[in-house]
Design a protein around this ligand. Structure first.
Ligand SMILES: [Zn+2]
Ligand SMILES: [Zn+2]
Length: 275
């Protein structure tokens, strides 16, 4: 049982499989958080394809997909999530940025699979799918013991940050979000307070950031500042820029460890046992 985190996709923007992205990985955002006998899937980037195969191999029958938002890099693995096509699999899909919008999350996922941009419609998914639109900021409960707190992030078209508490362990998933230099984001600080692990949008470095203001992303250095200010124990640098090849990411890893020993750089396939 316990509390496990596994990274299936750690990139932002677009998948970038190439010989220069072998070490850190090229799949877009998807993180599995297993608590007790429940599986939470954070985002449905291209990494979700391999996760789906693993869930079927394990004989799992259900999962909850928590979406930060619906930019391509967070949903375009969804049509390749095999369990959703299985008649005995139940998938609950939740999003916090579309509350009150016509059709909500179901419509966005269905449109992605519409003719002529995809050959297999959402209706071909034979699993039991349910769609929930909540408002970022709501607290969601998953008996028997998981509590998911949420918060709105600063991102074009909106994004939702998550904190999953279970058995005394807290892991936060905070992507995609942009910071304002010198003004720590209060929503983020509240969400990550005292967390055991914070997975954070570290698309850029502080040096690159001035040229990217308004693009909706943050830096690994801001992640360190926020994690320390909130008394979090560890920071996972995440949502890597596809332009950052393995050599660049190794340098980030080095620099980040020098700034704060609590950092790690997420890689495709990395697994952390939290409890
Ligand atoms: Zn993204
Ligand atoms: Zn985005």
């Amino acid at each position: 049982m316990g509390y496990k985190v596994k990274f299936w996709g750690v990139r932002g923007s677009i998948a970038c499989p190439s010989p220069d992205h072998m070490v850190y990985g090229g799949n877009t955002s998807c993180v599995e958080i297993s608590v007790g006998n429940q599986v939470f899937i954070l985002d449905a980037g291209t990494g979700i394809r391999a996760l789906g195969r693993e869930l079927l191999r394990q004989g799992r029958r259900s999962a909850t997909l928590l979406l930060t938002h619906t930019h391509w890099d967070h949903i375009n693995g969804f049509p390749f999530f095999a369990p959703a096509f299985s008649g005995d699999f139940a998938l609950r899909i939740m999003a916090g940025h579309l509350s009150g919008k016509p059709g909500g999350i179901r419509a966005v996922l269905a449109n992605q699979m519409e003719n002529p941009t995809f050959p297999v419609p959402l209706s071909a998914m034979r699993g039991t799918l349910s769609f929930d639109d909540f408002a970022a900021g709501d607290t969601l409960t998953f008996p028997p013991g998981a509590v998911v707190r949420t918060g709105a992030l600063r991102h074009p078209n909106g994004s939702t940050g998550y904190r999953i508490d279970y058995a005394g362990v807290s892991v936060c998933y905070v992507t995609d979000t942009e910071h304002i230099p010198g003004q720590p984001d209060e929503n983020v600080l509240t969400l990550i307070e005292g967390a055991d692990l914070v997975i954070y949008d570290s698309t850029y470095t502080d040096d690159e950031f001035p040229a990217k203001v308004g693009w909706g992303h943050s830096t690994w250095q801001e992640g360190v500042r926020l994690a320390r200010a909130a008394g979090a124990k560890r920071l996972a640098i995440f949502h890597h820029d596809p332009d950052h090849d393995d050599a660049f990411m190794a340098h980030v890893e080095d620099e980040a460890r020098k700034m704060w020993a609590g950092t790690l750089v997420a890689r495709d396939g990395m697994e952390l046992t939290m409890a």
